[in-house]
Ligand binder design. Structure first.
Ligand SMILES: CC(C)(COP(=O)(O)OP(=O)(O)OC[C@H]1O[C@@H](n2cnc3c(N)ncnc32)[C@H](O)[C@@H]1OP(=O)(O)O)[C@@H](O)C(=O)NCCC(=O)NCCS
Length: 405
């Protein structure tokens, strides 16, 4: 018998659970006043905690969102966050027990997908999550960045005051997303937890909005830092872009043009951008923009493999029988025949075998089956089937999430 018990968080237990989370993330505990403001974004609903006696020692949360999948359907997804275990309880299976409880709950709710952002890449594969989108980090040298001729439209960019900065972007985001596979809807709780604190007085970030011919159609959240010192007065400031969305390519370009026009800024940094955004190629000197990294972005979990496979569309190729292994939700394990018209269970012999985390890597189109064969993630009984799988799962564009949670 284990010395902890995993159960749903009850009303009144949120603050103690939040304390476990912030301590594990090395964040300062919230004052009574800050908790008063923040607590509506931390409801007991959809949270599981591990308790040792009355004290919470671990916590997992989720929120109901939707994710765009290839073909254009918006599919219910549990956005999993707030995963933490108290430092004196780690590596005793606390998180594993909480993840098992959460996955069983999500399956019972009928949510076909779950997704998360991982603090470390070694944690979540065992629970069936796979890297389903990636994002790139860039460093742009403002001095070198000259825009190629003809870029920029008739729109106008304006800065918002702190009150508008809280209110306006949630109204613009639905114009900008979800537009491509991997993008999420953003519920109110996402904004209060991830955005509001950044842009109000002490958060030190500003919001600029782009208005195109049909009205507001994009926004950027950014922060600046003055880096000048007594010894180096030429260093200027740096600017970091934390959230940039546009309903159109013109709106995105105009927002980039704005951040690069801010006086005294020498370098602009951004993370989690679409890997295929042609930022450097918009400059006369493409090396003005350096890609400094490509990181995993959305980790996806097919909670109901049948429903998830049938929620997306496929390109045309002869059917492939895929055998899926799911240790945490064994009802998913089995063989599926996937064709241009969808997926169904089959007793036919498998062409390929893979674990459910690998299926998640294929699902939005980030990876090709033939690439994953090389990683040892796909066992192949019929080599032609891999080529067909590449074609079936092909997507018109690279997936991108663009929402950190
Ligand atoms: C990550 C965390 C929740 C793991 O909790 P835990 O209770 O120690 O996890 P478990 O004991 O259930 O570990 C399950 C397995 O995952 C492995 N694992 C857990 N955390 C890991 C980590 N950070 N890096 C590598 N492996 C990890 C364990 O070694 C174990 O492997 P095993 O089954 O082969 O022995 C905990 O370390 C933590 O709170 N970290 C700080 C906050 C954080 O990073 N949260 C995640 C936010 S996305």
């Amino acid at each position: 018998m284990s010395d902890f018990l995993v159960r749903p968080v009850a009303e009144g237990e949120q603050r103690a659970c939040h304390g476990v989370l912030y301590e594990a993330l090395h964040a300062p505990a919230l004052s009574d006043e800050a908790w008063e403001r923040f607590s509506p974004a931390f409801p007991a609903e959809r949270k599981f905690a591990a308790f040792a006696g009355d004290a919470p020692v671990g916590i997992v949360s989720s929120r109901a969102v939707e994710v765009l999948v290839p073909g254009g359907a918006l599919v219910p997804m549990a956005s999993v966050d707030g995963v933490a275990v108290r430092a004196d309880w780690t590596r005793r299976g606390v998180m594993s027990a909480m993840m098992a409880a959460q996955l069983a709950d999500l399956a019972a709710r009928g949510e076909p997908l779950a997704g998360l952002n991982a603090s470390e890449a070694t944690i979540y594969g065992r629970f069936g999550y796979g890297v389903a989108t990636c994002g790139k980090s860039v460093r742009i040298s403002s001095g070198r960045a000259r825009w190629r001729p003809g870029l920029g439209g008739a729109g106008r960019v304006r800065l918002l005051d702190a009150q508008e900065a809280v209110k306006v972007p949630p109204g613009i985001y639905p114009e900008c997303g979800p537009l491509r596979p991997g993008m999420l809807t953003r519920p109110d709780g996402w904004w209060s937890e991830n955005h509001d604190g950044l842009v109000t007085a002490d958060g030190q970030h500003r919001v600029a909005v782009h208005a195109g011919p049909a009205g507001d159609d994009g926004f950027v959240v950014f922060g600046t830092k003055d880096r000048r010192t007594f010894e180096d007065s030429e260093r200027g400031a740096s600017l970091r872009v934390v959230d940039l969305h546009g309903a159109t390519a013109e709106a995105r370009t105009a927002l980039w043009q704005f951040v690069l026009s801010v006086d005294l800024v020498r370098e602009v940094y951004a993370r989690g951008l679409p890997v295929d955004e042609p930022l450097g190629e918009m400059f006369t000197d493409p090396r003005a923009c350096r890609v400094t990294g490509i990181d995993d972005e959305l980790w996806l979990r097919l909670v109901d493999v049948d429903a998830a496979l049938n929620a997306r569309t496929y390109f045309d190729a002869e059917p492939v029988v895929v055998e899926v292994e799911d240790r945490y939700l064994p009802a998913n394990s089995g063989r599926y025949v996937i064709s241009a018209s969808g997926a169904e269970r089959t007793s036919a012999a498998a062409h390929v075998r893979l674990d459910v985390d690998t299926l998640a890597m294929l699902y939005l189109g980030e990876w090709r089956a033939s690439s994953l064969v090389r990683t040892g993630r796909v066992a192949v009984a019929d080599a032609d089937a891999v080529t067909r799988l590449d074609e079936l799962f092909r997507t018109a564009e690279k997936p991108w999430c663009g929402t950190h949670f």
